[in-house]
Design a protein around this ligand. Structure first.
Ligand code: PMP
Length: 421
C-alpha cells in the first residue's frame, strides 16, 4: 500500500514519512489503518477535526446539504448565511460589531494571502512585519511570511518587503534575556525599528502574528508581548492580523485565542476547523474600516462549499450544546497535570500549551523522532514541530474524553522515558 503511494506521489508529502500508516477508516478520536491497527489520534487532521472523525450530526448536516446544493460559488445561500451568523455569534460582541467576513478559498494559506492583500489595499503600503518561528502556509506569499526557516529555505527571501522580528519565545529568548527582567525587549526591537525616522522598517501594511506559534513548536505568546504589539500597531495605524488558522475554533478553550489576551485585532484569519470535519473553508474577519475592496478584487472558485458551511453550522451547534469549550479547558488541565511529571525529566526542556494544543519540547531532535515512532508503535499518533522538530505536539479532538487523554498520556510518557535521556 505504502510502496504504491511512494511510487506514484511526489516526495514532498510530509506526514506519512514519519507516520508510516495507510488510513482505512476513523471514528471519534480513533483511526484504523489498512492492517486493522487502531490508533488514538492526537493530530486531528492537523487540528481540523474539532469533534473527532465522522461526528454523526456533522456528517448528517453535510450529507443533507449535498443533495440540496453543493457548490454555491459566491452567491448568497441559506447555508452560507447560517454559517456566517453562527460564526459571528461565536465572536466577542466587541469584535462582532466591527467585523465583516470575506470567504477565501479553500485553505488557511489562501486566507493569509487575502489578509495581506486587503491590508495592502487599505493602507496603500507594501511592507509586512511577521515573526521569527511563525508559520502561515505554503502558498508563495504565506510562506514568505513564515519565519520557520526550515520550511522555506529554497524560496528564502521570496517576497520583498517582509521583515521578521523576534517572537516571545522565552524558553529560548531571541534577545538573550530572562523573561522577568527583559521588559519585552523583543517588542522593543520592533518598536525601535518602526519608529526610526532614518532607515528602520518602512511603516508596514500589516503586522501578522499567531497567538500561539503552532508549527513553530506550540509557543504561547506572553500577554505583555501581545499587548505591546497591539499598542504599538494601534498607535502607528498598522492593521494587526491575527492568524488563528490553528488556534481558532475552540482549540485553546475560547473560540479564538486572542480573546484570552484582551485585545481587539483588525483582521482574524481562520480555516482548518471551521467546518469541523475537514471540508475546506477559509475566511477572514476584518474591521469595516479596512473594507476597501471593490467587487472582484479578491475572487476564487472554491469559496462556496455549501456542505462545509452546513457542517460548520452543525459543529457550532454541538459545541454550544455540549459545552465543548468547557471540555477543552478541563481536558487541557488534565493533560497539563498528567504531563507535569515531565517537568524534571532531564531529556525534556519544557512542557507548554493552552486548551488542547500542547507541546513537549525535548532537548534533542532525535529523541523527539524516536518518541513519535515509539508512540505510533504503541497506538498513539502525534506530530512534531518547532525550530528543529524537537517538540512533540498534542492536538486531540476538542471532545476527547478523559479516558482517552489518560491513555494517550500514558503512551507518551512511556515513550519519553524510553527515548529521552
Ligand atoms: N497558518 C497557521 C497558523 C497554520 O498552522 C497553518 C497550517 N498548519 C496555516 C496558516 C496554513 O493553512 P493551510 O495548510 O490550510 O493552508
Amino acid at each position: 500500500f505504502l510502496a504504491h503511494q511512494q511510487h506514484c506521489e511526489s516526495n514532498a508529502r510530509a506526514y506519512p514519512r514519519h507516520l508510516p500508516i495507510a488510513i482505512a477508516e476513523a471514528s471519534g478520536s480513533f483511526i484504523k489503518d489498512v492492517d486493522g491497527n487502531v490508533f488514538i489520534d492526537f493530530l486531528s487532521g492537523a487540528g481540523v477535526l474539532s469533534l473527532g472523525h465522522n461526528h454523526p450530526e456533522v456528517v448528517d448536516a453535510a450529507v443533507a446539504q449535498f443533495s440540496v446544493l453543493s457548490h454555491g460559488l459566491d452567491f448568497p445561500t441559506p447555508a452560507k448565511r447560517e454559517f456566517t451568523d453562527a460564526q459571528l455569534s461565536m465572536l466577542p460582541v466587541s469584535t462582532r460589531n466591527r467585523m465583516k467576513v470575506h470567504f477565501c478559498g479553500p485553505t488557511g494559506a489562501n486566507a493569509v494571502d487575502a489578509a495581506l492583500k486587503l491590508c495592502k489595499t487599505a493602507t496603500g503600503r507594501g511592507d509586512v512585519v511577521a515573526f521569527q518561528g511563525g508559520f502561515h502556509g505554503s502558498t508563495h506569499a504565506a510562506m514568505a511570511l513564515t519565519g520557520l526557516v526550515t520550511q522555506k529555505q529554497p524560496i528564502a527571501n521570496g517576497m520583498p518587503g517582509v521583515h521578521f522580528f523576534p517572537y516571545s519565545s522565552c524558553s529560548d529568548c531571541p534577545v538573550g534575556l530572562s523573561p522577568d527582567s527583559c521588559q519585552t525587549n523583543c517588542v522593543g526591537l520592533l518598536e525601535k525599528s518602526l519608529r526610526d525616522p532614518n532607515g528602520g522598517v518602512p511603516r508596514p501594511a500589516a503586522v501578522v502574528m499567531e497567538m500561539i506559534q503552532g508549527e513553530g513548536g506550540v509557543i504561547p505568546a506572553r500577554h505583555d508581548f501581545v499587548h505591546r504589539v497591539r499598542e504599538l500597531t494601534a498607535q502607528l495605524d498598522i492593521p494587526l492580523v491575527v492568524d488563528e488558522v490553528q488556534t481558532g475554533c475552540g482549540r485553546t478553550g475560547t473560540w479564538f485565542a486572542y480573546e484570552q489576551y484582551d485585545i481587539e485585532p483588525d483582521v482574524v484569519v481562520a480555516s482548518k476547523a471551521l467546518s469541523g470535519m475537514g471540508l475546506p473553508v477559509a475566511l477572514i474577519f476584518y474591521d469595516r474600516r479596512l473594507d476597501t475592496w471593490t467587487p472582484g478584487a479578491h475572487t476564487g472558485t472554491f469559496r462556496g462549499n455549501q456542505a462545509a458551511f452546513a457542517a460548520g453550522t452543525a459543529t457550532i451547534r454541538v459545541v454550544q450544546r455540549d459545552d465543548v469549550l468547557g471540555n477543552v479547558r478541563r481536558r487541557g488541565e488534565q493533560l497539563a497535570n498528567r504531563l507535569s511529571v515531565l517537568h524534571d525529566h532531564p531529556g525534556v526542556r519544557e512542557v507548554r500549551g493552552r486548551g488542547l494544543m500542547w507541546g513537549v519540547e525535548l532537548a534533542a531532535g532525535e529523541s523527539a523522532r524516536a518518541i513519535q515512532a515509539m508512540a505510533l508503535g504503541n497506538g498513539l499518533i502525534v506530530e512534531l514541530g518547532g525550530r528543529g522538530d524537537t517538540v512533540v505536539r498534542l492536538m486531540p479532538p476538542l471532545n476527547v474524553t478523559a479516558d482517552v487523554v489518560d491513555q494517550a498520556c500514558a503512551i507518551l510518557i512511556d515513550a519519553i522515558e524510553h527515548c529521552a535521556s
